[in-house]
Design a protein around this ligand. Structure first.
Ligand code: ADP
Ligand code: ASP
Ligand code: MG
Length: 410
């Protein structure tokens, strides 16, 4: 008997009526002879609501990360209980499980824990009895028994981890769009739903900002070779299959997709003495404060002093700026400047490996729209630029059109 893991995101369990739709889909799969395991997110915007409540009591001097995890994990606990009740009401044997009850063991890093192992024995017992386990996404438990969460969007990762552990035939991520599009369909109207995409490209798109899948989920699915499908919970379209590059049945286009994120900021230290070790003197205190740095650029000027710029997540901007001002004072740097209204936009495609000129075409398109590029970084299959956030949507549309992403390659 094939096992299907079906994960439903926030919009798909936003109300009891939506949960009835979940029950109908589960029934359909059970009737087709499959075993089913359900993973759910918190209802609608519940996690956002809980985050804002926590922000109301936030105090920079206090470490409340443990309590934040306890708070945020309640959202998923509500949905597993209600979804299990709705399944029972529909005559489907079901039982809810929190992350701790499964047990989904994570490391002890609060708010962005990584899953270390999953003890799936209890779930196997229930599945063997024909019961549908309804597991809380996004949450786990560390060695000390503390509740942890996997970072925003982490329910996808719970689903893939369970699918991998239980050797599921497919992990389906049901969401509010029809699948993985060439870019965010809410921003670019002509975005096209992809039939399939490679793990590698999906991983780049996710880590560069396409929130349709949690980055760790793609990473895990790629490693464990679990077939992963993103599809709508509101219609019966087949969605997008994320698969190995060698299994793609279509030739890879030059560019597969465009990802972007507005959640960016940059900081610059001007007039730093150009001496060995400056990068670590600057970034050491930043990483000691658990702040992640993304792009880094260092320019040497004519007087042999350098300017050092890096990007980081916008929520870390104020804290990093304070640290950097202290660093600047101790190392005799001239000035700290910053900008918290930048965005990062990236084009991704395995086709780039064998084609030159993709970067220059991207820069031409941006130049034609008079959009200034502030920073550039590249990987084997992606090119990212930092631009002023106010031009992000214009840039995404222009690139989508110039690279002809609305046109099917099939
Ligand atoms: P869920 O609550 O179901 O997990 P998310 O909000 O996390 O849903 O992810 C779905 C959203 O991702 C879509 O509504 C869409 O706006 C956004 N998105 C961003 N990039 C893409 C893309 N390339 N393809 C599809 N959706 C995307
Ligand atoms: N409820 C969590 C969030 O909103 C996890 C998820 O939906 O994947 O981030
Ligand atoms: Mg999500």
């Amino acid at each position: 008997m094939a096992l299907l893991v079906m994960k439903f995101g926030g919009t798909s369990v936003a109300s009891i009526k939506h949960m009835e739709n979940v029950a109908a889909r589960v029934r359909q799969e059970k009737q087709a002879g499959n075993e089913v395991l359900v993973v759910v997110s918190a209802m609608g915007d519940e996690t956002d609501r809980l985050v804002s409540l926590a922000e109301e009591v936030q105090d920079q001097a206090l470490d409340t990360r443990r309590e934040l995890d306890v708070l945020l994990s309640t959202g998923e606990q509500v949905s597993i209980a209600l979804v299990a009740m709705v399944l029972l009401k529909n005559g489907i044997a079901a039982k809810s499980f929190t992350g701790g009850q499964v047990a989904i063991r994570t490391d002890a890093v609060p708010n962005r824990s990584r899953i270390l192992e999953v003890d799936a024995d209890k779930l196997r017992v229930e599945l063997a009895k024909g019961v549908v386990p309804v597991v809380a996404g996004f949450q786990g438990i560390d060695e000390a028994g503390t509740i942890t969460t996997l970072g925003r969007g982490g329910s996808d990762t719970t689903a893939v981890a369970l699918a991998a552990r239980l050797d599921a035939s497919e992990c389906r991520i049901y969401t509010d769009v029809e699948g993985v599009f060439t870019t965010d369909p809410r921003i670019v109207e002509s975005a096209r739903c992809l039939e399939q995409i490679s793990f590698e490209e999906m991983l780049e798109l996710a880590s560069l900002g396409s929130k349709v899948l949690h980055t760790r989920a793609v990473e895990l699915a790629g490693k464990s070779q679990v077939p992963l499908r993103v599809l709508s919970s509101f219609n019966d379209a087949p969605g997008t299959l994320i698969t190995r590059e060698e299994d793609l049945t279509m030739e890879a286009p030059l560019i597969s997709g465009i990802a972007f994120t507005k959640n960016e900021a940059k900081l610059t230290l001007l007039g730093v003495p150009d001496l060995p070790g400056i990068a670590s003197t600057i970034l050491g205190p930043i990483s000691a404060a658990n702040i992640e740095v993304d792009m880094i650029v260092q320019n040497v000027s004519a007087d042999l002093s350098t300017d050092f710029t890096f990007t980081l997540s916008r929520e870390d901007y104020d804290e990093a700026a304070t640290i950097l001002k202290q660093v600047a004072a101790t190392m005799g740097a001239r000035e700290v400047t910053g900008d918290s209204s930048i965005a990062k936009l990236s084009i991704v495609g395995v086709g780039m490996r064998s084609h030159a000129g993709v970067a220059s075409k991207m820069f031409e398109v941006l130049a034609a729209e008079s959009i200034n590029i502030q920073m550039i970084s590249t990987s084997e299959i992606a090119i990212s630029v930092v631009i002023d956030e106010k031009y992000l949507e214009l840039a995404a549309r222009a690139l989508h059109s110039e690279f002809k992403l609305a046109e099917s390659t099939a």
